[in-house]
Design a protein around this ligand. Sequence first.
Ligand code: GLA
Length: 388
Amino acid sequence: MNLLIQDAGRYYREHFGEPDFIVRSPGRINLIGEHIDYNGGFVLPAAIDNAVYVSIGKRTDTKIALYSVDYQEHFEIELTAIQKTQVHWANYVLSVVVTLQEAGYRLGGFNAVVRGDIPIGSGLSSSAAVECAVIFGLNQLLALDLDTMQMVKLAQRAENEFIGVKCGIMDQFASMLGKQDQVIQLDCRSLAYQYFHFQPNEYQLLLLNTKVKHSLADSEYNQRRLDCEAGVAHLNRIFPEVSSLRDATAEMIESELKGLSDDVYDHCLYAVQEIKRVQEACIDLVNEDYVSFGKKMFETHKGLSEMYRVSCPELDFLVTFAGKHKDVVGARMMGGGFGGCTINLIKKEGVTDFIDRASETYLETFGILPGAYPVTISAGTSLVQAQF
Ligand code: GLA
């Protein structure tokens, strides 16, 4: 049995007695469509097999008692007195509790043990995984009667309001609704979605982790969102039909936003180009044309690096290196940026050679051995059925 499940059960027993159940909630990748969810376009995420496991059980009082196996740390707080704490990992659990309380749900006390193997700060959305696991667990434990979409939206709200990162809906959606071997094409405006089978015979998805996270990440993220909103507000005065960058065209941006701040212009133009690129990339997927899909990944990286300006030297280095490897057909930074992982689409036979070479030169250049994780696309948030 999965050791993480065992740990989540064992530590719960050591600290609190018998858990009611364990929830598994995965991290996510995103094939293409970066910084597009909050701009109303399409994204192509999938859940992965790295996940967070939360064992959970009721208490008879009004406390929340938590233990993180990974940080080997306890945390306790009264349900009525929750506020953001210095205990970073606990905040993600508390964010969900507060969001539920603010939405009018009356919660009882509970214990939870958190254990996971999603590398933190790597752009794989470990935070969304915790939020989804907790909301799914509380929904079950306290019979809150939330449906899946309500849980996704509340988990996103928890991140937006309590944590303070104005993220879009992609991470929570992918963690909750992932399916084995399927990527999700999500229309972030209507929230309509469809699954695409993704198991190319010849190719492997591979993540390389820069193992850096530059501290500007959260504030710059929120600033990008504001810049895009400023662009939309401006366009909307001239084109009332534009209520998000999904409705805008490159020509509109060229004619109306040039001369405004360079940031607003460049960021909006990137978003409009990326929205179009994802739609074309979906056609490549249907045609199983992975070479053409991979080219678009490189284009996305260029846009994210030069126009959206959310990359960093470490990410640029790994993508440039990937571009020179004969077996890599696509590579780009993934997620919010300023560190974390690159996602690479590579011929299976080249994986080992690429990892070896990339690791060696990255180590030489930055003094860090990067992480390398071949991706397995897995199911979304669910109860663990195994004995624990
Ligand atoms: C982070 C956010 C997502 C999304 C990506 C960029 O992961 O949480 O909502 O905006 O960045 O695509």
